[in-house]
Design a protein around this ligand. Sequence first.
Ligand code: HEC
Ligand code: HEC
Ligand code: HEC
Ligand code: HEC
Ligand code: HEC
Length: 262
Amino acid sequence: MMRRQIWWSRFPSTPIFPFVLLSFFLALFFASPVMADSCIDCHKDSKFRVTNKKIFDYYQNWQGSVHATEGVSCADCHGGNPKLKSKKAAHVSAKINPSQSKSPVHFRNIPATCSSCHEEYYDHFRKSKHFEKLSKSKEKQQGPNCVTCHASVNTAVLNVNTVREACAFCHNVKEDNHPEIPDKAEALLGQFLSIHRFYRYLTVKGGVDQTVFMEIEKRTNDLFVDWHSFDLPTIETRTNELLTLLKEQRDIIRKKNKKKGG
Ligand code: HEC
Ligand code: HEC
Ligand code: HEC
Ligand code: HEC
Ligand code: HEC
């Protein structure tokens, strides 16, 4: 699985960097011919707008998602058989409904389903208190799973503006479940804005040593993954370490440019 590098794409004001454009054209160039997929052929029918609004909405959401762009189709998450044309055959009956405990998108099975492509996130998530709660709860969902925070078909990524509400859904005074967490999470995700600013500075100015640059990218990606342990003190340490590295590099570039300037 190719790791997507444009992690800062969720900041809408970011200009498109040349290599992002390049990878777009490469993707077009190497794109394999679209395979027949009965799930999509049938579900895309606009008649569902009238006959089954829910089915229609899920398709529309998927269509606009990163997953659709990346060719992740319905059957990758839901199972079923996308080679068979009739609904009954394609659905392989019982498992298509998420309320069935055997469905790959039943609330307890979702992390394992997502892990087929996002394994490193799952590896961290499995060690979290959240996973423990999720696996233990028999009927009712108690801990969050991947789609509680990222949505299902049209994946969302939490940021400093959205994280508070997402955590406060369960971590609040009323539930008496660590009500201090939303504040902490918001502060930590707020640091991503600084990380992004430094990162942009370095990209625009250029001149950063290639090995250091790769280290910065690696640590940023690791930080996303680390989040899934929900070990906030460790996340804080890693965030600060990354910020220190970025600041050092900024200062080096500043000095270099000053020398050049006179
Ligand atoms: C020939 C049409 C057709 C095909 C092919 C088809 N579906 Fe469906 N699907 C439907 C319709 C219609 C519904 C609405 C519920 C119903 O009528 O059973 C539905 C419902 C669903 C639901 C909601 C199920 C529930 O009980 O809530 C899921 C999930 C789903 N389909 C996934 C898939 C996947 C995955 C594939 C491919 C492997 C697929 N579908 C192939 C027509 C189709
Ligand atoms: C990245 C994984 C993923 C992909 C790709 C995906 N789904 Fe889903 N879908 C889920 C998950 C997880 C749920 C259950 C949670 C929820 O309802 O949000 C779900 C729920 C649904 C439901 C609601 C079922 C119900 O009864 O509540 C429908 C309908 C559906 N998906 C259809 C589709 C169709 C059609 C496609 C392809 C066009 C698709 N999904 C692609 C993960 C995915
Ligand atoms: C068949 C492979 C596959 C499966 C299964 C899959 N994903 Fe993805 N997902 C991808 C690819 C490829 C990308 C784009 C590259 C990247 O960000 O790693 C992506 C991107 C994402 C992103 C980043 C989206 C953004 O807007 O930046 C999130 C969040 C995500 N997936 C969550 C999930 C969740 C939750 C599930 C399970 C319900 C899931 N994925 C299942 C392949 C998959
Ligand atoms: C309690 C909330 C929560 C849960 C549960 C959760 N995540 Fe995340 N996820 C986050 C946060 C916070 C980030 C890091 C901040 C960011 O990327 O904006 C993140 C980042 C990601 C990213 C990187 C997005 C990007 O920008 O490229 C992916 C992919 C992802 N998560 C997948 C998963 C998968 C798979 C699962 C389930 C095994 C999962 N997440 C469970 C909150 C959650
Ligand atoms: C669906 C509910 C739910 C959501 C949403 C949720 N959590 Fe949790 N979280 C729990 C439960 C339940 C526990 C276990 C509490 C316990 O047993 O002490 C927990 C535990 C934790 C812990 C461990 C606390 C400790 O000291 O043991 C952290 C940290 C945490 N959550 C962070 C977050 C963050 C950050 C978010 C938002 C991005 C979030 N959670 C969203 C339900 C949730």
